[in-house]
Design a protein around this ligand. Structure first.
Ligand SMILES: *[C@@H]1O[C@H](CO)[C@@H](O)[C@H](O)[C@H]1NC(C)=O
Ligand SMILES: *[C@@H]1O[C@H](CO)[C@@H](O)[C@H](O)[C@H]1NC(C)=O
Length: 405
């Protein structure tokens, strides 16, 4: 059976990848997901599937508007900040769901909606203005994305009972979000002390959004932490140092930045534990993007990456990354094989990396494991096997999606 062969191949690749992947030989139902009916996603460019570009005028200059964005998968720019699929896409695929359409593209949202917007923060823009930082990024922060959701819900659920079925049978992916609250301040030269002060507030905003969703009847959450930002080419390029002990010996990443992310992730996990205690009937899974990604930087070759700390798409600058010549700008270049690079454009990852991260989350990098929200069903990682998989399901969703953008 083709599926069994595929499962065996997968099991082998999962072992090579060093992750424990759940591979289940079960047919996937034609409609809805294996474990839930819909996915609602909130976040930023790591999961945006088109909202940012739909939120700005047609002539707004944004690198993701043109190739090479989308060159590996889709074959055209799709509003994603990668050479292909992103974290949300792989997450949906793993659960046998179609790609989650961007809310701003409209539609019937039968399988869910994506509210994530590139550049979005967890805290309101007014918060940054009060801090003395004029936001030049999208106003569609987590709070606004929540308002979009509350506007959408009555239009897809006409009765009280429909509403409660939709809420309880949907998966809510809240994040990664919050990374940009720090990114926007970091590139404006704010100090570590100023960033640390922000962490409880960022975590508070994430917690508030989850609580609102619980109050609306949500039962299943996946809440990712932030990435090891000390390993991204952008920060390696703009924050270099000769200082002893500045870089981690094993990975070459900037220690203090990764420690800062660990601090954010620790506070977030403590908050999630509080929410679990307050709402014992709700599953709140922490997706350890940090661990899953650091695992790559520790042994990149094991995952097929030969260039871990340079951008695939960038310029002739340290780490092939500079803020003045971004990927897609005149003077930028694209590496011959993005699947050998961890970073796509200096800040976002290649789709090859996104896939390994989600494989990690489906395996051991989730607390509690994802099986918690999938007790009655089973999930699979089959479609995550091949980057350039010309699976007919993908083709269909690809065509359907093009009408949104
Ligand atoms: C954002 O602003 C809205 C109103 O402008 C407010 O109700 C909400 O509490 C704020 N959210 C956060 C996380 O600060
Ligand atoms: C990429 O960066 C490396 C050094 O980090 C440099 O040697 C190389 O020339 C750069 N690539 C291009 C195409 O500019």
């Amino acid at each position: 059976m083709a599926f069994a062969a595929q499962a065996a191949r997968l099991a082998a690749s999962a072992l090579v990848a060093g992750v424990v992947a759940a591979v289940v030989a079960m047919p996937v139902p034609a409609a809805g997901g294996v474990c839930f009916d819909r996915i609602f996603s909130f976040g930023d460019s790591l999961t945006d599937t088109g909202n940012f570009l739909l939120s700005v005028p047609d002539d707004f200059p944004d690198p993701a508007r043109s190739l090479p964005y989308g060159q590996t998968f889709f074959g055209r720019p799709s509003g994603r900040y990668s050479d292909g699929r992103n974290l949300l896409d792989f997450f949906a695929e793993a659960f046998g769901m179609p790609f989650v359409p961007p809310y701003l593209g409209g539609g019937d949202f039968l399988n869910g909606a994506n509210f994530a917007v590139g550049g979005a923060t967890a805290l309101n823009n007014s918060f940054f203005r009060e801090l003395g930082v004029e936001p030049t990024w999208t106003p569609h922060s987590l709070d606004e994305q929540m308002q979009w959701f509350k506007r959408l819900l009555p239009s897809i659920a006409s009765t009280e009972s429909e509403h409660s079925v939709i809420m309880s049978k949907s998966l809510f992916l809240v994040g990664e979000v919050g990374g940009n609250d720090y990114n926007h301040l970091m590139v404006r030269g704010k100090s570590l002390a100023e960033l640390r002060e922000l962490v409880p507030q960022v975590v508070g905003a994430i917690s508030l959004a989850i609580t609102e969703l619980i109050n609306l009847g949500a039962k299943k959450f996946v809440v990712p932490g932030n990435f090891p930002i000390g390993c991204v080419p952008l920060y390696l390029a703009i924050l270099p140092s000769e200082e002893k002990d500045y870089y981690n010996e094993e990975t070459g990443c900037i220690k203090w930045l990764n420690e800062f992310t660990e601090y954010h992730n620790r506070l977030l996990q403590e908050e999630l534990e509080k929410l679990r205690n307050l709402h014992p009937d709700v599953s709140v899974i922490y997706a350890d993007y940090y661990g899953a990604t650091l695992n790559i930087y520790r042994a990149p070759l094991q995952f097929g990456f030969t260039v871990p700390l340079n951008s695939c798409c960038g310029s002739d600058a340290p780490h092939n990354c500079s803020l003045s010549v971004l990927c897609g700008n005149p003077g930028s270049f694209v590496c011959p094989d993005p699947s050998k690079y961890v970073s796509w454009d200096g800040l976002h990852f290649t789709e090859a990396t996104y896939k390994v991260i989600i494989q990690g989350v489906l395996g051991s990098y989730a607390v509690p494991p994802l099986s918690e929200i999938c007790r009655d069903g089973e999930y699979k990682v089959s479609q995550l096997h091949q980057c350039t998989d010309s699976n007919p399901t993908n083709t269909v969703t690809y065509d359907a999606m093009s009408s949104f953008i």
